[in-house]
Ligand binder design. Structure first.
Ligand code: SAM
Length: 219
């Protein structure tokens, strides 16, 4: 079917059912948010018919919009509650930020590739989520200490190790969700702050584009 006539609502419902629910995403709020955000608005025009494919897709600047399952799993681990302040590092298309905003979070999203920021802002504004998400151009690999403590931090690019500064910027009880490992393959880590201690739990293998900067590769 040509992408212009595609039933994206049906594609989205199938994605939620088969890629998310059937694979163990249980948080109904996350499933609801992913079922509400039009992923086709976050991919390049020529890729719209693949918007709900079970894979990451290329976006501008050689970057990617993450696989739907990975967005859902990271969001579930983050355990976002309405009104919480969330720091996202790696805005990309803005899709992950839209899902977080749909859950009622107030999101600060940092992107190092300046050309990605105006389209991400426009998509969020068009969905009525612009007031909930602030998108900034910067190296976010060391987080945003000025905005700390953050109720949650999500890093959507791969880091060689967990940047110590990011742990310190977490609020008590908050989660830092971050892919950690070499460039070719990483482990998704769920770091939780308990006062002045942090627990770390691996959540499975993943592959992300690199986090480039002082706290990432090339730092
Ligand atoms: N969350 C995005 C989405 O929903 O479309 C996907 C992000 S993509 C997998 C990773 C992004 O991290 C890229 O856009 C890349 O430019 C960005 N990135 C890499 N290093 C960064 C850094 N130090 N600070 C901020 N963004 C960075």
């Amino acid at each position: 079917m040509r992408s212009g006539r595609r039933d994206f609502g049906r594609d989205r419902a199938a994605m939620v059912a088969m890629q998310l629910r059937d694979r163990g995403i249980h948080d109904e709020r996350v499933l609801g948010a992913m079922g509400a955000i039009p992923r086709e608005a976050f991919v390049e025009a020529q890729d719209r018919s693949f918007a709900y494919a079970d894979e990451a897709l290329p976006i501008e600047a050689g970057q990617t919009i993450s696989q739907p399952y990975m967005v859902a799993r990271m969001t579930e681990l983050l355990d976002v509650q309405p009104g919480e302040r969330i720091l996202e590092i790696g805005t990309g298309s803005g899709y992950q930020a839209a899902v977080l905003a749909k859950l009622g979070a107030r999101v600060t999203s940092i992107e190092r590739q300046a050309e990605l920021v105006p389209p991400a802002r426009a998509r969020l504004r068009d969905l009525g989520l612009g007031d909930l998400v602030e998108v900034r151009v910067a190296d976010g690999s060391l987080g945003d200490p000025g905005g700390a403590p953050w109720d949650g931090i999500i890093v959507t690019a791969a880091a060689p190790s967990i940047p110590a500064g990011l742990r310190d910027q977490l609020a008590d009880g908050g989660h830092l969700v971050i892919p950690v490992g070499p460039r070719a393959r990483q482990i998704l880590m769920d770091v939780t702050r308990h006062g002045e201690e942090w627990s770390e739990r691996p959540d499975g293998a993943c592959v992300f584009v690199p986090l480039i900067g002082a706290g990432g590769f090339g730092g």
